[in-house]
Design a protein around this ligand. Sequence first.
Ligand SMILES: Cc1ncc(CO)c(N)n1
Length: 404
Amino acid sequence: MRTRPVAITIAGSDSGGGAGLQADLKTFTSLGVFGATIVTGLTAQNTIGVSKIYEVSPEFVEAQFDSVINDLKPKYAKTGMLASKEIINIVKKKILEYKLDLVLDPVMIAKSGDLLVKEDVIPSIKDLIKNSIIATPNKFEAEKILGGEIKSAEDLKIAAKNFYNSFSTNVVIKGGSKLGGMDYAIIDGEELELTYENVNTKNTHGSGDVFSAAITAYLAKGYSLKDAVINAKQFVSYSIKYSLDLGNGHGPVDPFAYPESIIEREISREIAEKLVEYLETHKDIVKKLLDQEEKLNIGVGTAYGDIATLAGGIIRYINWIKVDGPIVINYYDNLVTSILKETNKKIGISFSMSNRILSASEKGLIKISESGINSDTIIRNGKIILVADDLNDLIKKIEMITND
Ligand SMILES: Cc1ncc(CO)c(N)n1
């Protein structure tokens, strides 16, 4: 009998799928957490904007709480869009009734700039903040809640302290791209500056939702609040770095990017194993590619820039070959891994320079260059590196060169 940690999102639907409860559920699932939803409203929305908002009645929000909490007994919940003070008030009542630990994301506007809440929600939001374990406003929301402006990293730190002291609640304020992607957190009095390589993209629809959902998921998995925030920052940064160019507005971030990058690493390892097996069972071909007592190596890359290679390589002694493993990922740099990075090709093999290569090139079977631009065969350090888009393509090229 299997179980998973359970987390709840109390949020609105984004018909476009990139933000709101859809982003929350994708984030929960990607982190191995079972997500349930208390739907507060529906938006007719896409990457360009919000055209309509339909509010769920407070009574129906309450009914969802009673159904979900009594049965699934979650400890952690997060909020997204809470469009009116009536909804915020019922959420507060139910949070207290069920003693839920709340991650409060004071969602106010979509990436498109459209308002997601009524103008008069601020006092009720402030009241709910006091009943949360952490609030995660962005710069804009923090300005609305605190008053004043946040224009610099220094302002961001002052605002976080002010927020922490005013509400006696842990806080992380998201600085956004204008402040270099820096966030500033205060957790149990400890100040934390959260940074990641700055990613320049317009496709950030759903980024705030993914961040607060990831904090909630890590809490449900048993992380401390500080570790949950640190890990959530990594997770959301990855989903922004690999965000999707879908739609004509702000494309969605991709909460599946992080688990998929791990899946792809495993697939690259399996393809590398298949290539090694091919070479082991085709010693005649290896003998043609490789001079005696020399080494060849292979590389298999993923869409996330990770590369599987052999730690040692394959060595030829007169009539037999020795595989010097293991297969490692991003561990050793060698000729193949650097050429794969340069050319963006998916798979490669390095071997000895020979007349065979030159004649294959003269016959027009392969295209040699030093740069690798528009060619499948690169000369580097007196060796040859053959690259291809997939395993079959590479084997086809290898057989073409050694077909005599
Ligand atoms: C429904 C919904 N919730 C939250 C956001 C903020 O990303 C959004 N754009 N739409």
